[in-house]
Design a protein around this ligand. Structure first.
Ligand SMILES: [Zn+2]
Ligand SMILES: [Zn+2]
Length: 281
């Protein structure tokens, strides 16, 4: 089992501890590699995204940690970059020009207007209460329309590029499954989901196996039911805890690796000396 994590948050965004605290926990858990992926700056301020003003401090602090702990753990600096629309995503020059080791592309927001303000965002990763209000207001209470829109944005994100890893690629089911007519087994869900996977394979991107809610809610992203499909499609994966607390750096890892093995995976993709490589499980 690989001891690494490439998806994590710290006090530069909505993580609850300093970057160095996460490194200390990673070392005490005998990690080989640890990557930070703060929530990228957005055109508007939110509670969880970092602001552009802090970008140079973020890059400098992780650089300082890389040097300080170079003989104990490989440290990497990345970002979890929101795909909002064709004008704001990982492929814009601002993100392309940052000196990052890797980029995770994720969808948390679906804009309902070209005017990119927080009020014009449907948040798919927040409370169910807000999600349900948005589905009612912007999607005629039809969960299928929201799912369609979500996977549409996901495929736009993959096409736009500027990313290495697709983050929690089906997180739409976290809140979506609370609707009686929601299902991950029906065509209206499976078709756009598979189309995204095909695009990921074509663009040779990686997909993370996100364990943030695995122990807490028994939810894995992508859903454990579809791990075998990813394996058959030869999509490279790595296990990430998406942790916001240092004590959770390793949360769900053992369980996720068992599920990967059951699904037929023999390797995960790992950053070693700055290069992504397939490593036997
Ligand atoms: Zn995320
Ligand atoms: Zn995250």
């Amino acid at each position: 089992m690989q001891l690494s994590n490439y998806h994590s948050h710290c006090t530069f965004c909505d993580g609850r501890s300093l970057p160095e605290d996460f490194i200390k926990f990673a070392i005490s858990n005998k990690f080989r590699a640890y990557g930070f992926s703060s929530h990228s700056p957005l055109p508007f301020e939110t509670f969880w995204n970092m602001s552009k003003d802090n970008m140079s401090d973020y890059l400098m602090e992780i650089e300082r940690l890389k040097k300080k702990y170079y003989d104990r753990i490989e440290i990497y600096v990345g970002l979890e970059i929101d795909y909002l629309n064709k004008t704001y995503n990982a492929s814009i020059p601002y993100f392309l020009n940052l000196p990052l080791d890797y980029r995770i592309g994720s969808i948390h927001f679906l804009p309902v207007s070209d005017h990119l303000t927080e009020e014009n965002m449907v948040c798919i990763d927040g409370s169910f209460k807000d999600y349900a209000l948005s589905v009612k207001k912007h999607f005629g209470n039809d969960i299928r329309l929201l799912v369609k829109r979500y996977f549409n944005s996901t495929s736009e994100m993959i096409e736009a590029g500027g990313i290495d890893i697709v983050g929690h690629m089906d997180k739409i089911y976290m809140n979506g499954q609370k609707y009686a007519d929601f299902s991950i087994d029906e065509d209206w869900y499976i078709k756009p989901f598979k189309a995204c996977l095909e695009l990921i394979a074509e663009k040779k991107l990686m997909v993370e196996i996100n364990t943030k809610n695995l122990l807490k809610k028994e939810e894995l992203y992508p859903h454990k039911k579809y791990l075998a499909l990813l394996q058959q499609m030869n999509i490279p994966v790595m296990v990430n805890s998406d942790c916001h607390y240092p004590q959770l750096v390793n949360d769900g890892r053992t369980e996720a690796f068992s599920l990967l093995k059951e699904a037929g995976f023999r390797t995960t993709r790992e950053l070693i000396n700055g290069k992504w490589q397939d490593v036997a499980i």
